[in-house]
Ligand binder design. Structure first.
Ligand SMILES: *Cc1c(COP(=O)(O)O)cnc(C)c1O
Length: 260
């Protein structure tokens, strides 16, 4: 295990730089209708040790994504990581209401990208309120663009109501955009090739762009004020071409993950 992590560590700095330049190149190729702002790169560090995060931080990476509340609590309170003063944590996993208080206690929590119900928004709102922080907590609404029953995220139809609820009834939350996962839980055993799966994901990203349009029209919001979190290792460049403002890249930076 030790050999494995030191092996991957060597490559992390170079991988961060490569991904950043690929993000910039993709941004430069965007159509004129899309903003020229370079999307935020979130390095997804789930199941990777603190040393990997420190390594990426030392190469300039500041935003990190984690999927599991308990793991995020442990890492964010690790004395070595507490020293990294401007680290910014993104929670990108499935969130249960009973974990909101714990999550709200995470030092340097920047955003929760996976709010998908009114109940969860209300709970997170009160958890953050109890912390008496000067600023509201950034949140994104996770949309289940594939409409599959077993996936998390609200449906496209529920999305408008949920965004409206957060804006009007959750003073401790700041709505900052929409998030979706592409064909993430894809069953590779079916023998399809990765390019095909990528094409599927792009369909979901297109739906998220459409979803933002509808939300903005219905609620009178500016499209520029509503972020789109989409794109992972396999497809972040395509997601950027479609307007992503926040890409979540794990294995391309940190290497393959061991199963949890
Ligand atoms: C793990 C994960 C990622 C990163 O996936 P990679 O394919 O390793 O880049 C992105 N988003 C979410 C929600 C994840 O769970």
């Amino acid at each position: 295990m030790k050999r494995f992590s030191s092996f991957t560590m060597d490559g992390i700095g170079a991988a961060v730089r490569t991904v950043i330049s690929r993000v910039k190149d993709a941004t430069a190729k965007r159509s004129n209708e899309l903003p020229s702002t370079v999307p935020r790169l979130v390095a997804v560090s789930k199941l990777k040790p603190s040393e990997c995060i420190i390594e990426a931080y030392q190469h300039g990476q500041r935003h990190f994504g984690e999927n599991y509340v308990q793991e995020l609590i442990e890492k964010s309170n690790d004395p070595k990581l507490l020293e990294l003063k401007d680290i910014k944590w993104h929670f990108i996993g499935h969130l249960q209401s009973n974990k909101c208080n714990n999550l709200a206690g995470v030092p340097n929590l920047f955003i929760v990208e996976t709010v998908d119900s009114v109940k969860l928004a209300n709970t997170l709102n009160s958890s953050w309120g109890k912390k008496n922080k000067p600023d509201p907590l950034n949140v994104m609404v996770q949309v289940n663009t594939s409409q599959e029953e077993n996936k998390s995220g609200c449906s496209r139809d529920q999305c408008i109501e949920l965004v409206k609820h957060i804006i009007s009834s959750c003073p401790h939350l700041k709505f900052s955009g929409l998030m979706t996962i592409g064909e993430f839980n894809h069953d590779w055993s079916q023998g399809e090739n990765p390019d095909f799966v990528c094409v599927l994901s792009l369909g979901f990203y297109k739906m998220l762009v459409q979803c933002r349009k509808v939300v903005c029209e219905s609620l009178g919001l500016n499209v520029e004020d509503v972020e789109l979190s989409m794109g992972m290792s396999n497809d972040f460049e395509e997601a950027i071409l479609m307007g992503s403002t926040n890409v979540r890249v794990g294995s391309t930076i940190f290497g393959a993950r061991q199963a949890k």
